[in-house]
Design a protein around this ligand. Sequence first.
Ligand SMILES: Cc1cc2nc3c(=O)[nH]c(=O)nc-3n(C[C@H](O)[C@H](O)[C@H](O)COP(=O)(O)O)c2cc1C
Ligand code: SF4
Ligand code: SF4
Length: 437
Amino acid sequence: MADLRNNFVGIKSPNPFWLASAPPTDKAYNVERAFKAGWGGVVWKTLGEEGPPVVNVNGPRYGAIWGADRRLLGLNNIELITDRDLYVNLREMKQVKMNWPDRALIASIMVPCEENAWKAILPLVEETGADGIELNFGCPHGMSERGMGSAVGQVPEYIEMVVRWCKQYTRMPVITKLTPNITDIRKPARAAKAGGTDAVSLINTINSITSVNLDTFSPEPSIDGRGSHGGYCGPAVKPIALNMVAEIARDPETHGLPISGIGGITTWRDAAEFLALGAGNVQVCTAAMTYGFKIVQEMISGLSDWMDAKGHRTLDDICGRAVPNVTDWQYLNLNYVAKAKIDQDACIKCGRCHIACEDTSHQAITQFVNGVRHFEVIEEECVGCNLCVNVCPVSNCITMEPLAAGTVDKRTGKPVDPNYANWTTHPNNPMARQAAE
Ligand SMILES: Cc1cc2nc3c(=O)[nH]c(=O)nc-3n(C[C@H](O)[C@H](O)[C@H](O)COP(=O)(O)O)c2cc1C
Ligand code: SF4
Ligand code: SF4
């Protein structure tokens, strides 16, 4: 049976599934039940500095995007960091850590970008026995207008400075949580590394407005007729998060820096993808908020079964395995040729593939053959774009079939070249032409 034990920057947990800092981790009552359900660790809901806690709105704080079956695809929130007293949180954290010594307990922290503020809170957190801290440089709403959260995460110099303070004033491992609300994620990751961070975690939420009420003309969620931008998360953000994780994993300057992957993880498969792209473990928020704590049991059994089936014994066998396969467009093999193929037995003749290919791709799927409704790929026209696969409502009805080397591509009339060749050497590339001249 696969060994799911995780060691992330020296923080041990029985599995790689941690709950991200958010409502599921905002009190002992929740965290205890999460641990009972099987979560390997939690990042406690972000703590603020000593004094009167922050104040949340007293109305709706969520907006959402749903699929046609009402499945939650994206969640937007305008919640702030914890609105509970700092010392209540610290007491509860200490008790929970004592009750669950084998689970990871990380304290998320967001205080003003001033050395004394960090210097003051770190010993208080250390005293709880927490396994590490996560610096919240990510929340894009409310706190960022006060110079914290993503306001720090968007300025690499601030990140480096605060990480340095934390490394100076605590022995606990430091995880720097990055905001995706930035053009190039490698820059904050490099800054965190320069400051001495032990790891980065990403992504926090993406700035968003999910909808506008067309009766009141108020953005949702609406607080007395007005709305504000919030933070977007859930399955919809997974592709953005995966790319950012991969960017950091393959950047020569940050390669090897431990990454805790976050963003839309709902199934074991999502988690495995993050691990394959270089994450050392994963964090989950929206899936737990949507389906409850016990969803971790499916994640654990699914990951374990898959690892057994594939012969992967430990997480190290999969972590980072996909990173060498991420490349830039210019290095993709232009001699690789694939064609769409429709399984006539599976086809329900809905016609979506024909419309998509006819109107926006390469007019390569029939609608009628000999006067009979029939959907078939015209190989002479098919460029292998796979749009039809993605619009077909029947899974595996359309597949992409690579052409073997030497086979004549009916579209170009040329045999498929067995050799790898990319844009950098392509005769149509003006740069390549210049280099050859
Ligand atoms: C209601 C809500 C509150 C959140 N509060 C925090 C927070 O206090 N600190 C933090 O670092 N991230 C916070 N997050 C962000 C999550 O930790 C996580 O980074 C994000 O939701 C992406 O993961 P997901 O797609 O699994 O939800 C919050 C998210 C939600 C939905
Ligand atoms: S792969 Fe693209 S070009 Fe080929 S049939 Fe499908 S949509 Fe048309
Ligand atoms: S979209 Fe799929 S099911 Fe519909 S006609 Fe095309 S191949 Fe058949």
